[in-house]
Write a protein that binds this ligand. Structure first.
Ligand SMILES: Nc1nc2c(ncn2[C@@H]2O[C@H](COP(=O)(O)OP(=O)(O)O)[C@@H](O)[C@H]2O)c(=O)[nH]1
Ligand SMILES: [Mg+2]
Length: 409
């Protein structure tokens, strides 16, 4: 039990121990929340899950001194460059000071040094095998038998559980439970608070739980905490200066820009969209028609392309659309595929006009960046139209969902 040196009054204990700033709080008093996500999930859904965890930890901290452990980035399926990119610390992609301002957060490596590898409990979230039975939505969580194979096995000592795969190979825990869960992240509160003999818990499959405050203040505050790493912002700025003689005053990306960049940006999803959403993407010729029409309408003659398109598709598009460029790092190892994706997003965020891809979380994150930079709805909430609509007409498809809310400040 932490603060057991204060034997008496509970209230005194709360006010003296729990409300102390992190710097004075003894490291020995901290509690640690670790989390993991379904291995198949992409970069940008993971970023959204992180915001959910941040807000849960903030709410836990009203009662106990929890700290968020930043899970190293495993080699994601979309990262196709042929050099090793596993086990990447968060500081490669995000600004640790900004994350920490919002909620105390430490890299997993530092957690191992500070706390060790034996944690108290692992919760593996899953659905309810029986689905929704009551017919009405209910927030609930219950220990249940594991429905599917889980990436956990007993260690050689047959006492501790360990995780299979690249995430957290060092961790061991005597407790492992599958938990059927549905609802908001707040549902975990009862599982985490008030257990004086526990200090470190891993929640796996965290994406099962929903934002407690989707699109509300907590959502935006968490989003604002996820400032991109300085090197990535600077590299994006360097590119914009070189291509468009444009120097943005966006700083960390959380304030209104005085002038948007003199170019249009498109996020054109290809790769797995070819088979996962074939009707929702245009042919390259169709994309070119749409971009050329948008160039005329907006008066913006330069187009920045962010895409996972093949070299062949890019070259064809470049032939059909004048003044179209994309970012290519001189030394890709420096940033990794995740870093290059962020540089692409940062540049798209600064464009005077943006058109994204249908239901792409990559495009969602760009739109959020643009909202923080004060871009208008009209210049931000647009998708490139697929063959299911008129692939030559940029106005033939539905606009992406927009929740009416003041631009966050
Ligand atoms: N650099 C770069 N990578 C992209 C682009 N579009 C897609 N990708 C890659 O493909 C992944 C797409 O997965 P995800 O982040 O889940 O977004 P979603 O699948 O579009 O919702 C990204 O994380 C990138 O690795 C792009 O415009 N630029
Ligand atoms: Mg994805």
């Amino acid at each position: 039990m932490y603060c057991n040196w204060l034997p008496i009054l509970f209230i005194l204990k709360v006010s003296l121990c729990y409300s102390q700033p992190e710097s004075i709080q003894a490291i020995g008093a901290r509690k640690y929340l670790l989390y993991a996500v379904n291995p198949g999930e992409g970069f940008n859904l993971r970023r959204d899950v992180h915001m959910r965890v941040e807000n849960l930890v903030r709410s836990l901290r009203k009662d106990e001194p929890w700290v968020l452990v930043l899970p190293p980035w495993p080699h994601l399926v979309h990262w196709r460059s042929n050099y090793p990119q596993g086990n990447i610390p968060w500081k490669m992609f995000f600004d640790l000071d900004s994350l920490n301002e919002y909620v105390p957060s430490i890299e997993y490596e530092d957690f191992l040094k500070e706390y060790g590898h034996e944690i108290d409990r692992i919760l593996y979230l899953q659905n309810y095998a029986e689905g929704w039975t009551s017919g009405t939505w209910e927030d609930k969580i219950d220990p249940r038998d594991c429905i599917n194979d889980v990436p956990y096995i007993k260690d050689n000592d047959s006492e501790h559980w360990k995780r299979l795969g690249p995430m957290f190979p060092e961790l061991r825990s005597k407790e492992f439970k599958c938990m059927s869960a549905q609802g908001f992240t707040s549902i975990l509160t009862t599982q985490l608070l008030g257990r004086d003999n526990e200090r470190a818990i891993l929640v796996d499959r965290f994406e099962q739980l929903l934002h407690s405050d989707f699109w509300g203040d907590d959502y935006w505050n968490a989003r604002k905490s996820m400032v991109y790493a300085k090197e990535l912002r600077e590299e994006g700025n360097r590119f914009m200066k070189e291509q468009y003689s444009y120097i943005p005053d966006s700083s960390k990306g959380r304030q209104k820009l005085s002038t948007p960049g003199p170019f249009m940006a498109v996020h054109l999803r290809r790769a797995d969209y070819h088979y996962a959403r074939p009707d929702q993407i245009p042919s390259i010729e169709g994309a070119a028609q749409q971009l050329n029409k948008l160039k005329q309408e907006t008066g913006l003659d330069h187009v920045f392309l962010a895409s996972d398109a093949s070299e062949k598709e890019r070259k064809l598009l470049k032939k059909l659309v004048s003044n179209l460029v994309w970012y290519k790092p001189k030394n890709p190892h420096l940033y990794g595929d995740g870093g290059v994706a962020i540089i692409d997003q940062w540049i798209c965020a600064h464009a005077s006009y943006f058109v994204g891809s249908y239901e792409s979380t990559f495009s969602f994150r760009i739109r959020e960046d643009r909202q923080m930079l004060g871009m208008t709805r009209e210049n931000t909430f647009n998708d490139i139209c697929g063959i299911k609509d008129d692939e030559n007409d940029p106005h033939s498809c539905e606009k992406p969902t927009y929740w009416p809310r003041e631009t966050p400040t």
